[in-house]
Ligand binder design. Structure first.
Ligand SMILES: [Ca+2]
Ligand SMILES: [Ca+2]
Length: 169
């Protein structure tokens, strides 16, 4: 009985030693995990960064201008978050200390973006990346014509009609 118990414990220890958090996000821009189009349904990605994995990159696209909410939480040590544009240039960062969650809430134009989650110093931590994007409804048009109130539009139409009548006469 003792032998069996010891063997079981030994095997469990071995399993524990070989169990690593899978690295689902690549460590460079061109190996970024492609999330695809970011929508209003929040998505969660669980991963790890640390001494053996110093960067996790994610790629997402926006099909329209959107309010974007990015959060890296459930940290056991200090990790940081950066938002990059299509060419990998820095846009915004979140650098809280310790295990405080990182978040970036911003408005972005349609396009492709990257995220970089990385350890701050020699640390190891699991994390949960949560992200979503809410499309911005553009109520005010980009041209004067669209901005005009419907009533005014009607008046303009009448005016135009009257002018056309005048021309006909
Ligand atoms: Ca990782
Ligand atoms: Ca941090």
């Amino acid at each position: 009985m003792g032998w069996e118990r010891q063997t079981t414990l030994f095997l469990l220890t071995q399993i524990h030693l070989f169990q690593t958090v899978p690295d689902n996000a690549g460590s460079s821009l061109n190996r970024a995990k492609n999330i695809g189009n970011l929508g209003s349904t929040e998505q969660t990605f669980s991963d790890f960064v640390g001494t053996g994995d110093t960067a996790d990159y994610y790629q997402f696209t926006l099909t329209a201008p959107s309010q974007v909410n990015l959060n890296v939480g459930d940290l056991s040590a200090d990790a940081n978050l950066q938002l990059l544009n299509q060419s990998g240039s820095f846009l915004q960062g979140s650098y809280n200390t310790g295990t405080t969650a990182e978040s970036i809430n911003t408005i972005l134009a349609a396009g492709t973006y990257y995220l970089n989650v990385y350890p701050n110093g020699v640390i190891n931590t699991n994390y949960n990346l949560k992200l979503k994007a809410t499309e911005i409804i553009d109520l005010a048009g980009n041209t004067l014509r669209v901005v005009l109130m419907p009533k005014k539009n009607l008046l303009l139409k009448r005016l135009k009609l009257s002018l056309e009548k005048v021309n006909l006469l």
